[in-house]
Design a protein around this ligand. Structure first.
Ligand code: ADP
Length: 294
């Protein structure tokens, strides 16, 4: 046992390999680094406000990347309102516990694995009453102790704002965090996005880009696109702040139904303007993360 191990509280519980690579780190930290080391791209989906469709966009980015043949994990760290299980029709599923402390994420079709606190709650009406340290602990566990395996992308859906959950995720991922900020086109939402972009800079992550959701409404009767909010706020803001604009997704009643009923919109309606818009959003993501040639 090395001198460092003798004075470490974890001392005898570590394997020889852990001792060799530890440099004074805790076993939890080593597990976290090993787990994240198997993930090529870490995308953190943020929004300044709730209800702008952040979870819908996060789920659809994950589904579209999986449909492109990428291996994808989708992690929902919205501790107080996990909506990913409902959006993917996975309510009632539970992750398998492996060994003493590891969990297998729930598989959703081919190439996409999902983890959410929603899987661990006894029922949908249970409220989680946790302060910061408990939330930080569970997010750390999700990142370190979920058996994600080798992934091309881990897409992390955060609750709105810049509180404990997004801060913890950004800090644990460090400079490898690549943020996707979701907004609607109107000015109030756009002001919040400005804060999200500044936040990403402060915590040392990289801004991958802005997605403008609910951008216009395609009328199912006449097929014309109507602007509901003043248009192009997200795109203008991205240009103003010097960050990439990833694209806009229209308001589509069928996309809302897909979220309520938990089906893959892009697969069921592959030829609609909304599905095309969704595919257009992942094009720059694939390009900026080096998964597709420019
Ligand atoms: P957030 O994560 O920002 O709180 P959600 O993704 O939960 O938002 O979306 C809020 C509601 O808006 C959901 O009912 C969802 O189905 C709906 N929604 C999101 N984006 C769209 C869209 N582009 N068209 C129609 N409905 C949408």
């Amino acid at each position: 046992m090395s001198e460092a191990c003798k004075s470490c509280s974890h001392g005898s519980s570590c394997s020889d390999e852990m001792k060799e690579n530890c440099e004074g780190k805790s076993p939890e930290q080593i597990a976290l680094e090993e787990n994240l080391g198997r993930v090529k791209n870490k995308l953190v989906v943020l929004s300044g406000k709730g209800g702008v469709g952040k979870s819908t966009v996060a789920a659809n980015i994950a589904m579209s990347l999986a449909q492109e043949g990428k291996k994808v994990g989708l992690l929902d760290v919205d501790v107080h309102g996990p909506s990913i299980p409902r959006l993917l029709g996975l309510q009632g599923k539970q992750p398998q516990v492996v060994g003493e402390s590891r969990m297998e994420p729930v598989q959703w079709e081919r190439n996409l694995w999902v983890m959410s606190l929603g899987f661990l709650m006894p029922n949908d009406s249970e409220a989680v009453i946790w302060r910061g340290p408990m939330k930080i602990g569970v997010i750390r566990q999700f990142l370190a102790q979920t058996d994600w395996g080798e992934l091309d992308y881990l897409v992390i859906d955060c609750p709105p704002g810049t509180g404990d959950e997004p801060l913890t995720v950004m800090q644990l991922l460090g400079p490898e965090a690549q943020a996707v900020v979701v907004t609607t086109p109107h000015m109030l939402s756009v002001d919040d996005v400005r804060r999200s972009i500044t936040f990403v800079g402060h915590v040392g992550g990289r801004m991958l880009g802005v997605v403008e959701n609910m951008s216009g409404f395609v009328c199912p009767d006449c097929g014309k696109q109507h602007e509901i909010f003043s248009s192009k706020g997200g795109e203008k803001l991205a240009a103003e702040m010097g960050v990439p604009f990833l694209g806009r997704i229209p308001m589509d009643p069928e996309l809302a139904r897909a979220g309520d009923e938990g089906f893959n919109y892009g697969k069921v309606f592959p030829d609609t303007e909304t599905a095309k818009a969704m595919r257009a959003v992942i094009e720059p993501i694939l390009q900026f993360t080096g998964e597709k040639a420019a």
